[in-house]
Design a protein around this ligand. Structure first.
Ligand SMILES: [Zn+2]
Length: 334
């Protein structure tokens, strides 16, 4: 049966390639792996909810293995290609905004970033042609990077805008609170430049328990993104709820990911978080963050919330449709 069409706005390339594909890519590149067999490998690159304690644990898995394995043009091409087809088949994802940091795929400058980007675009084009879906790439700037490095990523995003790069993101551990320190002016300029170039903007924030709604407020005020990745902590701060509602900033909620990183203690907590957003007029979408790292898919994320009656069918439908409306992918002219 054909599933209802879904749109994933928040899904990382580094967290969404099936382990058997990653295994194959690693072997093609002749990488020496610290495991005995496929099963150990699967454990290595998948989140174990019992062992993962924080967002930092989660980022470590990404950084140590998945990003390394994906650091070549052919690996990036295959990764992007495989994700788009798989999400369409498993969940009916007909529009997908895939994000990654191209600078974390070039082995610290050993590979040419333009080659990495072209490879991602080739993988995307091939999958779009095969499945008739719409896709776009979002480049993640790194919170842990110095601004000069992020300016290079922004330049690349602008350069490839007409080829299928649709936006920029700011990702990484929130111990690097750019929006609250001296570099904020420089980042405000970068985000303004991105907007002028026609790119969409989104920022990871309000994702961990240690962050308060203050981070969300600072991001909206200073960097003015179209959307915010996660932003769940805003539900605990009235001012943050108000500024999100007034500015019309859309949240990209990723339930299972938040449970795995312990940003949200249990599913029931979403009843409060999403209830607060609905009541406060904050618009939100439902996404996966990373389908394999979190062992989920987009259809499952929706049913997790509707089956527990955290969202009514109507509220779930509103979130589903909103994702298409606020997508950075412009409908292509015929
Ligand atoms: Zn994310």
């Amino acid at each position: 049966m054909r599933p209802r069409p879904l749109c994933d706005l928040h899904i990382h390339v580094g967290a969404s390639v099936a382990p058997h594909i990653m295994w194959s890519i690693a072997h093609q590149q002749g990488l020496r792996l610290p495991v005995k067999d496929y099963w150990e490998f699967k454990e290595l690159i998948t989140i174990n909810p019992r062992k993962t304690r924080s967002l930092d644990d989660y980022l470590r898995i990404l950084h140590e293995w998945t990003e390394r394995i994906q650091s070549s043009p052919s690996a990036v091409e295959r990764s992007v290609y495989e994700i788009i087809g798989k999400e369409y088949r498993s969940s009916g994802v007909e529009r997908i905004e895939l994000r990654f940091n191209p600078m974390k795929r070039n082995r610290s400058g050993e590979r040419d970033m333009d080659h990495i980007i072209h490879a991602a675009l080739r993988g995307m084009d091939q999958a779009c042609l095969e499945y008739g879906v719409e896709a776009g790439l979002i480049f993640c700037l790194g919170r842990e990077y110095p601004p000069e490095q992020n300016e290079i990523i922004l330049k690349k995003a602008i350069k490839y805008h007409d080829r299928g790069v649709i936006g920029i993101d700011l990702a990484g551990t929130e111990t690097h609170t750019i929006e609250l320190n001296d570099a904020v002016g420089r980042y405000a300029k970068m985000f303004a430049q991105a907007r002028e170039a026609g790119l969409g903007t989104t920022i990871h924030t309000g994702e961990t328990m240690s962050t308060s709604g203050e981070g969300v407020i600072a991001v909206v005020k200073n960097l003015k993104p179209d959307r915010i990745g996660h932003g769940i902590r805003a539900a605990y701060n009235d001012d943050a709820v108000k500024i999100l509602a007034d500015s019309g900033t859309v949240l990209e909620i990723c339930p299972t990911s938040n449970l795995h990183t312990r940003a949200v203690r249990h599913l029931e907590e979403f009843r409060y978080i999403l209830g607060t957003f609905i009541e406060g007029g904050v618009r939100f979408t439902i996404n996966t963050d990373g389908t394999y790292l979190c062992s989920t898919n987009l259809a499952r994320e929706f049913s997790l919330l509707t089956e527990s009656e955290i969202l009514s069918e109507e509220e779930s439908e509103t979130a589903r449709k909103l994702a298409f409306e606020v997508s950075f992918i412009k409908p292509r002219a015929l």
